[in-house]
Write a protein that binds this ligand. Structure first.
Ligand code: MBD
Ligand code: FE
Length: 307
């Protein structure tokens, strides 16, 4: 077998210099991370006999991911955003924090500053064809007490699977609202049942997923941030039960506790009572929040949002 260059004194000395170990300047932890990442890239090149042409194709690929603003798609597609969730879950468990509504990934399509209202909201402001959804529930603490004044920040795709702000056909903040829970910790909203999202078919994320035989589709879902003073911010989603991709999400965000029952109402009297002409759906989902405490991983994840 050919000698591994990575094990030679020459390459070890190279990596040592690359990572900045020959100077006392700079951040020590970052040096170790750079050492690891550079070593792992070199190991991959060597073990898989990656040619220079292949390597430069990979560099060009990453450039394209950035230029297409698809880093936020590639990362969940590679399971890394879900892995970050699993790590936070683990750290919480180790600190004795269990139960509560599970977190799941934020995804790349949140926009700050959605209209704020008290108790209830209507999310669909643009005309759409599809099934009307009424969703309601309560924000509670770990003991089951209501949390009034919590902010339920909700966003989801339209009936074609597109998100406002990222879709020139929708008006700003369509299907995005912040709802403050009432004295009983309750929220409710009217909207339209979303369709699942698919990554841009001609983009670099889909290019890689296709090359490894995968798809870039998500089942229909609704995103939430739930926050209240003194509580740990909850980042989560619910899935729309019955979606064929429920357990085949390219972003790995589905969790069993996040698939509430959905009721499709077809009774004429019920339809009329809601002032509608077509069958509609209802979902009830309560959020259970944890009090903030010491020795827990930060519940607020700082990340850049489109604006
Ligand atoms: C989405 O709507 C989403 O939630 C994720 C995680 C990735 C792409 C689109
Ligand atoms: Fe989404």
């Amino acid at each position: 077998m050919r000698e591994k260059l990575l094990h030679t004194a020459q390459v070890k000395a190279l990596i040592n210099k690359v990572a900045g170990f020959e100077t006392s300047e700079g951040d020590q932890r970052l040096k170790k991370i750079i050492e690891r990442v550079v070593t792992d890239v070199m190991r991959t090149i060597e073990d898989f006999d990656v040619s220079p042409t292949e390597f430069w194709a990979a560099a060009a690929y990453l450039t394209k991911v950035g230029q297409s603003h698809e880093m936020g798609l590639l990362i969940p597609g590679l399971g890394i955003e879900h892995f970050l969730d699993l790590r936070m879950d683990q750290q919480e468990r180790e600190a004795g924090l269990t139960g509560g509504t599970p977190r799941t990934i934020e995804g790349p399509l949140y926009i700050e500053g959605a209209p704020l209202s008290k108790g209830e909201a209507r999310l669909d402001q643009d005309p759409e064809t599809g099934e009307v959804l009424f969703m309601d529930g309560q924000v509670k603490d770990a003991q089951g007490n209501p949390v009034p004044g919590a902010i339920v920040d909700v966003w989801h795709a339209n009936t074609d699977g597109w998100y406002s702000h990222f879709d020139p056909k929708q008006t700003p903040f369509n299907l995005r609202r912040r709802i403050e829970t009432d004295v009983d910790g309750k929220y409710k909203f009217r909207s339209m049942l979303p369709k699942g999202y698919g990554v841009p078919p001609d983009g670099p994320t889909n290019e890689l997923l296709s090359a490894i035989g995968r798809h870039g589709e998500r089942p229909a879902h609704i995103h939430f941030f739930v926050s209240a003073p003194g509580y740990r911010k909850l980042t989560t989603q619910i899935n729309i039960d019955g979606d064929p991709l429920l357990h085949d999400d390219f972003a790995f965000a589905t969790r069993d506790e996040l698939i509430p029952a959905i009721t499709h109402h077809t009774d004429t009297a019920e339809i009329n009572a809601r002032g509608l002409n077509e069958p509609f759906a209802t979902i009830t989902f309560d959020f259970t929040m944890h009090k903030e405490a010491a020795d827990l991983p930060a519940a607020v994840v700082e990340r850049a949002h489109a604006a």
